[in-house]
Design a protein around this ligand. Sequence first.
Ligand code: 6GU
Length: 250
Amino acid sequence: MKIEILTIFPDIFSSFLSESLLAKALAKGLLTVDLINIRDFTHDRHRTVDDRPYGGGPGMVIKPEPLSEAIDSRLALGGPKPFIINLTPSGRLLEQVLVGQLAQKERLMLICGRYEGVDQRVLDLYSDMDLSIGDYVLNGGEVPAMVLIEAMARLIPGFLSDSSSVQDDSHSYGLLEHPLYTRPRVFRSLSVPPVLLSGHHAQVAAYRLGEAMAKTRAVRPDLLEKKDVMERTIMFFSQSSSPLKGKDNK
Ligand code: 6GU
């Protein structure tokens, strides 16, 4: 998968892309990330990327010319047609199913708005989707772009050493994940639930399903209303390949 990020703050991405699993994935060529500085496509002495909104109101708007030139410069390189995403709090909400769909795209172009947003005409001309990462407001699309990239990267075969942990994640089958424990067996007088030490895979699976249900009901009851959640959960917990059934956890 090939990702191009259009931003006026490319440096925000440097440690994100140079540390940890993502750096390894880039080195292995599992994905590529190109940073494009929108300011490089200005032609005035002050390298202006924003201007006041027509009709009045607070804040500034990203100007259409530098952004469209930046996009055109990438399109001129050829290659597959990119799926172009505008990151904005007024976009479609990102959730795990959508992450999976976007991770299938061969080439993504991410527009990181700043200030109040981007001139609508560039979006009308180029953008395939407005995308938000949640119902709160951030200063720009850079952090949301990193959220999207990390969520997608986890789904690329070879990104995680143990890909079964992806299927086990919170949200992967529609419920929140059950709690996890590791050694020691007793920590500050708190014991690991005995069923996890029992070696009975079916009992462990039943316990974890119960915990996942209880956690979801308490914290995110809205998830239980979603279509197919229980079907997907039952499928997950009954699969013979399920890590819940397959692993010895002594
Ligand atoms: Cl994609 N952008 C901004 N600026 N704020 C957000 C967001 C995006 N998603 C949630 N809040």
